[in-house]
Unconditional design. Structure first.
Length: 198
């Protein structure tokens, strides 16, 4: 019982630490609710898997993923492992932002049926049937994300600024016309309940 209480107190303290770090160092860019902003210059972080977020922070710090705007947070006294843990746990526990916060103003015009076919064939295995990500595979949620941000990531995968498995095959030149269809389909999934009711 005492151990359970102690664990509860520790979790609450982590939550407060995570929120304090987020407010001081991240909210300016990523938004008060971690909903992202500036039309997708800054990605939504709320509700994303903690493990995925932590891996991305490591990639930025190690310059495996190129992103100048975030480098100062690592220079000005890099976040300690426990602080990283706290901020990513805080973000993962936040609710997904409302559709209006991430999608409607920039809905993508694309062929939904083609998007569904392509998504099912090329993306579903790793990102899940409802695009909510698969923790074991380290793959992020793609729903509830700014389409312009997603499109920029795909451009980065293409030109090598960011790593993605099978990038050439998945996002190579031949795929260009089909990109809007996949993004439109992912945006459409924002409106659907999770697969399997969970
Ligand atoms: C000066 C603005 C700025 C600040 C401050 C900032 N970020 Fe970011 N962050 C960005 C930008 C821009 C991107 C998108 C990079 C890209 O296009 O690849 C990003 C991307 C990310 C990603 C990757 C998301 C994904 O879906 O892959 C994570 C995780 C992240 N930031 C976490 C944080 C955390 C945690 C903090 C605070 C400790 C923080 N950021 C502070 C600008 C900022
Ligand atoms: C073999 C597994 C696999 C397949 C297939 C796959 N992905 Fe991914 N995807 C991943 C993983 C893992 C990551 C995270 C990479 C990292 O750690 O930076 C990712 C990241 C992404 C991101 C970055 C999201 C963010 O928040 O920054 C986008 C966009 C994306 N994938 C789109 C797609 C699309 C569209 C398809 C189908 C055309 C696809 N992926 C197919 C595994 C996969």
């Amino acid at each position: 019982m005492a151990a359970m209480l102690a664990a509860g107190v520790a979790a609450a303290e982590d939550g407060a630490l995570g929120e304090a770090i987020y407010r001081a160092q991240c909210a300016n860019c990523h938004g008060g609710q971690a909903e992202g902003g500036e039309g997708g210059d800054y990605p939504r972080l709320a509700g994303q898997s903690a493990e995925y977020l932590r891996v991305q922070l490591d990639h930025f710090r190690e310059l495996k993923r190129q992103n100048k705007p975030m480098l100062p947070i690592f220079e000005a006294g890099a976040l300690q492992p426990a602080e990283l843990e706290a901020v990513t746990a805080y973000l993962a526990a936040l609710p997904l932002p409302a559709q209006e916060a991430v999608g409607v103003p920039q809905a993508v015009a694309g062929d939904l049926e083609l998007g569904f076919e392509l998504y099912e064939k090329d993306c579903q295995l790793c990102h899940g049937p409802d695009a909510r990500g698969i923790e074991d595979k380290g793959s992020p949620q793609l729903i509830a994300q700014h389409p312009r941000y997603l499109a920029k990531q795909i451009a980065d995968f293409r030109d090598g600024a960011r790593w993605h498995e099978f990038a050439e095959k998945l996002f190579g030149e031949a795929y260009e016309d089909e990109l809007d269809a996949v993004l439109a389909y992912i945006l459409h999934l924002n409106h659907q309940p999770p697969a399997g009711g969970g």
